[in-house]
Design a protein around this ligand. Sequence first.
Ligand code: NI
Ligand code: MN
Length: 228
Amino acid sequence: MANLTFLGHAAFQLKCGNDTILFDPFLTGNPLAKANPDDLDCNYIILTHGHVDHIGDAVSIAKRTGATVISNYEIATWFAAQGIASHPMHIGGAYNFPFGRVKLTIAHHGSAFDAGDGFIYMGNPAGVLVTIEGKTLYHAGDTGLFYDMKLIGEMNAISVALLPIGDNFTMGIDDAVKAVEFLNPGVVVPMHFKTFEVIDVNPDEFARKVSAIGKKAQVLAVGDDLEF
Ligand code: NI
Ligand code: MN
């Protein structure tokens, strides 16, 4: 049994057994986040790409907790250079961690880290499949719709899919509904909406459209959780 909590934007906390994994922990500067990064405990942090609304508080959380950062080679190496434990991976590759299996997938997006005085190259953006006790979670990262989601759905029995719906930077509602059709998850949870004015879409519209194709959507409010 795993427990997934929505922390706002694309940030989630996944608890299974003694392990706690954070995804894209953007809390400081996130107008919708409720959790204080100083209160979060975890032993792994998975980062989908290098944008500031995904790297978020990962540096301070990792330094305080000693958590291992799992990400693409470029991001993992950047964290390692700051004395943070990291595990580099790349798209198409999977690895068995103590808590479960992690595989990186493609995502169509950018990944540079905005250092203020210029961009730092952070490799290619990714989505991530996490399989725990036979159940698979798919965090799509930031991405546009792509037809290979059909292959991801065919090759993985996805229990929970976390899909961006906010439009402008990622898939909008209608493209995300098409993604649900391709991925065929047990339940889809929308993310990456409302945080900024340009991604202020209605998740209930997404949920209605998902129901209309005979699939299940669950809109999580910040702080809500889901067991799978
Ligand atoms: Ni992004
Ligand atoms: Mn983003």
